[in-house]
Design a binder for this molecule. Structure first.
Ligand SMILES: NC(=O)c1ccc[n+]([C@@H]2O[C@H](COP(=O)([O-])OP(=O)(O)OC[C@H]3O[C@@H](n4cnc5c(N)ncnc54)[C@H](O)[C@@H]3O)[C@@H](O)[C@H]2O)c1
Length: 335
C-alpha cells in the first residue's frame, strides 16, 4: 500500500507492505551509490538486504542506543560519506529505529548541503512516528534533540515483517505513540486498541497511526501549530525521562505515564487499564515535585505559563495555556 505524504516539493511516498524491504531497489532509486546506516542492535540482514538492492553500497554500523545520538557518531557518518566517495547525486538509507533515522537524516541534511535520504524504520516507534515528518537531530550537552534540521525523506518503506525480531517491550514502547495519536485524533483506533489485540492487528494499527501523523504533518510541516498535538503526553513524559533516565524506562513508557494527567478525569482509569494490557506503565516512578522541577525548564513553558495538550474524550484534543502553578498541582494530584 502506498501512502502519499503531500508536502509540495518535499512530497514523498510511504510504502507499507510486508516483505517490502526486499524490494527496496524497486521502491527507491538505488541505481547509484548508497550509504546504508544502521546500528549494532538491528539484525544485520536488514541492512544487507537493502545493500544488495543498490548499484553500489557501503554499510556503516554504530553502537545501538540513545547514547550514540551525538556529534561523535555524526562525525563518523560524515567521515564515512566523505571517505567512501559519496557524491551529491548519491543517497543515504537509514535502516533502524528512531535513533538511526534521526541521526542518518541529519547527516544527509548537511553532507554537501543535503543529499537524498531514504528511511526504512525497523522499530514500531519509528514506523508509526519518528520516520514520518522530517525531524532529524542529535542530543547535545544533555539536551535531547536540541541540534537538528528538517529533512524530509525521499521515500519510506515500512515492512511490518521486521518487527518479528523486536522484543515485546520495544513493541509496547511504539504502541504507546499509537495510543497517544488515537487518543487525540482517532476514537475508532483507540477502541480497536482498547477492545482488541493491537499486536495481532499491527498492520492496521500502523496504517491508521500513519494516517494521523501524515495528516498533522501535511497541515503543519514545521511545527508551528497543529503539530503540537503530537506532543500529547510528552511534557510530563520528558520530565519522567529526564529524571529516571532511558535505561530504566523507554521513551514510549514515559509518554504513557505523561498522558495520564492530561486526560479528562473520567478517562484515566480506563486508559490506565489499556496501557497495562500492553505492559505499559501509567504511574510515575519519580515523585511529582521532581517532575514539576524538570518541567519548569521545559521549552514549552513560556514564562509562568505552560501550553499543553489535553484530551477531553477519546479522539478529541484541546490545547490549553495554564498557569504553571495550576499545572504543577494537576501533576501532584494525578501522579
Ligand atoms: N524524529 C522524530 O519525529 C521522532 C519522534 C519520536 C522519537 N524520535 C526519536 O526516536 C528515538 C527512539 O527510537 P526507537 O524507540 O526506535 O529506539 P532505537 O532506535 O534506540 O531502537 C530501539 C532498540 O531496538 C533495536 N532494534 C531496532 N530495530 C530492531 C529490530 N527490527 N529487531 C530487533 N531490534 C531492533 C535497536 O538496535 C535499539 O537497540 C529517540 O532518539 C527519539 O528522540 C524521533
Amino acid at each position: 500500500m502506498i501512502i502519499p505524504v503531500n508536502l509540495g516539493e518535499n512530497s514523498y511516498n510511504i510504502t507499507l507492505e510486508r516483505g517490502a524491504i526486499k524490494k527496496a531497489g524497486e521502491i527507491f532509486d538505488l541505481e547509484r551509490h548508497a550509504l546504508i546506516i544502521t546500528d549494532s542492535g538491528v539484525p544485520k540482514e536488514y541492512a544487507e538486504t537493502v545493500a544488495r538492492c543498490a548499484k553500489r553500497a557501503d554499510i556503516v554500523t554504530f553502537e545501538q542506543g540513545e547514547k550514540s545520538k551525538n556529534f561523535d557518531t555524526l562525525r563518523t557518518l560524515l567521515r564515512a560519506l566523505t571517505e567512501n566517495g559519496v557524491t551529491r547525486s548519491d543517497c543515504v538509507v537509514a535502516v533502524g529505529g528512531g535513533v538511526v533515522g534521526d541521526i542518518a537524516g541529519f547527516a544527509a541534511s548537511m553532507f554537501m548541503r543535503g543529499i537524498d535520504f531514504y528511511n526504512i524504520p525497523t522499530t514500531l516507534l519509528s514506523q508509526v512516528d519518528s520516520s514520518i515528518g522530517g525531524k532529524t537531530a542529535v542530543d547535545f550537552e544533555g539536551y535531547k534533540n536540541i541540534i537538528g534540521a528538517f529533512k524530509q525523506p525521499k521515500g519510506v518503506i515500512i515492512d511490518p515483517d521486521v518487527l518479528g525480531t523486536l522484543p515485546k517491550r520495544q513493541l509496547a514502547n511504539g504502541l504507546s505513540e499509537s495510543i497517544k495519536m488515537a487518543l487525540t485524533s482517532d476514537r475508532e483506533l483507540y477502541e480497536m486498541i482498547r477492545d482488541g489485540d493491537a499486536f495481532a492487528d499491527i498492520d492496521n494499527v500502523i496504517y491508521r497511526s500513519l494516517l494521523i501523523k501524515k495528516d498533522v504533518v501535511e497541515q503543519d510541516e514545521r511545527e508551528t501549530g497543529l503539530r503540537r498535538i503530537l506532543n500529547f503526553g510528552h511534557t510530563v513524559g520528558h520530565a519522567v525521562e529526564s529524571k529516571c533516565g532511558l535505561t530504566e524506562l523507554y521513551h514510549g513508557e514515559c509518554v504513557a505515564i505523561g498522558m495520564m494527567p492530561m486526560l479528562a478525569p473520567c478517562m484515566r482509569e480506563e486508559v490506565a487499564s489499556v496501557l497495562a494490557k500492553y505492559g505499559l506503565p501509567s504511574r510515575s516512578p519519580v515523585p511529582a515535585e521532581k517532575l514539576n522541577e524538570a518541567m519548569s525548564h521545559d521549552k514549552k513553558v513560556d514564562g509562568s505559563f505552560i501550553n499543553a495538550v489535553f484530551v477531553p474524550k477519546a479522539g478529541k484534543f484541546e490545547i490549553k495555556k495554564l498557569k504553571f502553578e495550576d499545572f504543577a498541582n494537576l501533576i501532584k494530584e494525578t501522579l
